[in-house]
Design a binder for this molecule. Structure first.
Ligand code: SAH
Ligand code: SF4
Ligand code: F3S
Length: 447
């Protein structure tokens, strides 16, 4: 039965992107179809993020726009799902602008909720679960080129980083059965996908307990996925510095198709801040993990997340962040100003006392330094050859192709080489030599 067209806008992290794919799959089974055009949709929703205040402010703006669509076209239903739904719950319904609110663990109930909506009868389900992993649901892929896909291997988070809202919006950590993950990866490879990214807030704490058998940890899982085919690339995110084990590092080294890239968020270089953030590692421990990675895989890229201006951060603490960035020489970083999230440990215990201007100033210093470091990192790669997984034509110049090297750097190169080889298709592996670079891209030639 044709029930209507669904339009979903996705905000936030890769896990949210994968959740949108899960939602499409659940709704497709119930007879709904997908549309990428909001103006023809019967159901409009935003899959939302609460990580920083500006992420939520953006959504409030979208809620108003969705409401505009509702008023123009009778029968249109609008909703908020994801982390902001979980955080704000019925406060979102009080706005009178949305018809349903669904948290990250309640997507199986969406068809039922949609069927129940009536004027003056909005629906809400923000129940969190200890078991839900959507393990049996095959996500409807929304990527454009059929080369690279996300696989969620766990949900929730059991850490209590004091600044972070995720444990509140996504609930307790739970791992997904390894067989279902391997099956999904095999299925994708069979359909022509060449890369999977295993997703979790803290992949290193993945653990599947088997009654009467041996437990499967993240390194075992990684090995299982990497063994599917040498032609299938494996990536993963996010690694928590306190949990990344030697076993994981050695497993990576053993399989060339496990990409040479670890996203290892440091957050701050100051031990005082790390304690207040409840990250449960020290600067020294972190540098020890970096040294181990470099010892085993000298060619492994290391990227990070950094928060500028956390509660009580002094100029010295800030200098410590700049110095750890230099010491590690990050290949890339995501950098943020601290944004207080209501209800978190930090919001309850520490004043948000670095002024907005000072946060911006420190963040800008961090960004400027990272631009230098990224450029230095790319310069170190000039002259090297890499195997690139082709994504398609380059956006800047359609005569060029682009794709990522194992270390996750974006490579751009002429599609047709001097020997007039045929232009590569998305999903092909191509060998290139790095000729020059910018801070964002490696400029290459085919070899
Ligand atoms: N689970 C991952 C991070 C997920 S959130 C980890 O532990 O590394 C992604 C990033 O957002 C975090 O690494 C952090 O740098 C940033 N972040 C989280 N909460 C924040 C806040 N309240 N203000 C600013 N940045 C925040
Ligand atoms: Fe948030 Fe920390 Fe969990 Fe990452 S590990 S999601 S930063 S609480
Ligand atoms: Fe945002 Fe939720 Fe991801 S808060 S970063 S969408 S887990």
């Amino acid at each position: 039965m044709e029930r209507g067209k669904v339009y979903i806008e996705t905000y936030g992290c890769q896990m949210n992107v994968n959740d949108t794919e899960v939602i499409f799959s659940i709704l497709a089974k119930a007879g709904y179809t997908r549309t990428e055009n909001m103006d023809e949709a019967d159901i409009i929703m935003a899959n939302t993020c609460s990580i920083r205040d500006n992420a939520e402010q953006r959504i409030w703006g979208r809620i108003d726009q969705f409401y505009g669509c509702k008023r123009l076209r009778e029968g249109v239903v609008t909703g908020i799902v994801g982390c902001m739904a979980e955080r704000l719950k019925d406060k979102l319904l009080e706005s009178g602008r949305v018809d349903f609110v669904a948290g990250p663990d309640s997507y199986r109930s969406l068809p039922e909720m949609l069927a129940r909506i009536a004027p003056g009868r909005p629906q809400i389900n923000v129940e969190l679960s200890r078991e839900e992993t959507y393990a049996d649901i095959e996500p409807v892929r929304i990527d454009k080129n059929g080369v690279s896909a996300f696989i969620s291997i766990m949900r929730g988070c059991n850490n209590a980083c004091s600044y972070c809202v995720v444990p509140y919006t996504r609930g307790a950590e739970r791992s997904r059965a390894p067989e279902t993950i391997i099956r999904e990866a095999c299925g994708l490879f069979g359909r022509g996908y060449k890369e999977v990214t295993l997703l979790g807030q803290n992949v290193d704490s993945y653990l599947w307990h088997r009654e009467g058998g041996t437990d499967v940890d993240f390194a075992d899982l990684l090995e299982g996925v990497a063994s599917i085919s040498p032609q299938l690339r494996v990536r993963f995110s996010t690694s928590h510095p306190k949990d990344i084990s030697d076993k994981v590092i050695f497993t990576m080294a053993k399989y060339p198709n496990i990409c040479r890239h670890i996203h290892l968020p440091v957050q701050s270089g100051s031990d005082t801040m790390l304690v207040k953030m409840r990250r449960r590692y020290t600067r020294e421990w972190y540098l020890g993990r970096v040294a181990k990675i470099r010892e085993v895989m000298p060619d492994c890229a290391i990227t990070t997340d950094i928060i500028a201006g956390f509660c009580g951060e002094t100029l010295q603490d800030h200098q410590d962040t700049l110095s750890i960035m230099r010491e590690v020489g990050y290949d890339y970083a995501y950098m943020f100003q601290y944004s207080e999230r209501p209800g978190t440990l930090a919001a309850r215990n520490y004043p948000d006392d670095v002024s907005p201007e000072e946060k911006t100033r420190r963040l800008n210093e961090i960004i400027a330094l990272q631009n230098e470091l990224s450029l230095e990192s790319n310069r170190r790669d000039v002259g090297k050859t890499f195997t690139v997984l082709v994504e398609g034509p380059s956006r800047r110049n359609p005569a060029d192709s682009c794709g990522r090297a194992s270390n996750n750097k974006m490579c751009v190169f002429p599609s047709v080489g001097p020997e007039s080889v045929k232009a590569p298709a998305p999903g092909d592996y191509v060998d290139v030599k790095v000729m020059s670079c910018t801070s964002a891209t490696l400029i290459c030639e085919r070899v």
